[in-house]
Design a protein around this ligand. Structure first.
Ligand code: AMP
Length: 124
């Protein structure tokens, strides 16, 4: 599968589409999910053109991978969910329900999250 440069997250990274931004640096951007599943639901993306975790973990440079995971931890702390706890989710392909084919991690928290696998129509 080839990276689709017209995906919505590519447009957010380029500034073509607005987002509710939380964080940005040379390698990473983070913003609030447009359809939050919990009081805190942030998305963290590498700026590079990686389709999913599988692609990023195999093709990302050491610098990009390091910057990405440092940013995920910092953003979770900045959002205050490190104290009570949070969940990280990275969906890869169809079985996981990946909707946007640009790698991203969801940071979800701000309430007790229940079982590890959330129902598809879970409310908060
Ligand atoms: P995934 O299923 O892991 O690909 O998750 C994609 C996520 O992107 C979903 O939780 C959507 O609500 C979210 N999303 C889609 N479009 C936008 C957008 N324009 N701004 C913020 N979040 C978005």
């Amino acid at each position: 599968m080839k990276y689709d440069i017209t995906n919505i997250f590519a447009k957010i990274i380029s500034g073509e589409v607005p987002c509710d931004k939380i964080y940005e640096d040379e390698h990473v951007i983070a913003f609030h999910d447009i359809n939050p599943k919990a009081p805190v639901h942030a998305l963290v993306l590498p700026k590079g053109q990686y389709i999913s975790f599988d692609d990023f973990s195999a093709q990302g440079s050491t610098e990009e991978i390091s910057a990405f995971f440092r940013a995920v931890g910092k953003i979770a702390r900045d959002l205050g969910v490190d104290k009570d706890g949070y969940r990280l989710i990275a969906n890869h392909k169809t079985s996981a329900g990946q909707e946007v084919d640009h790698f991203h991690i969801h940071i979800i928290g701000g309430r007790p999250l229940g079982p590890m696998i959330m129902p598809a129509s879970g409310n908060f």
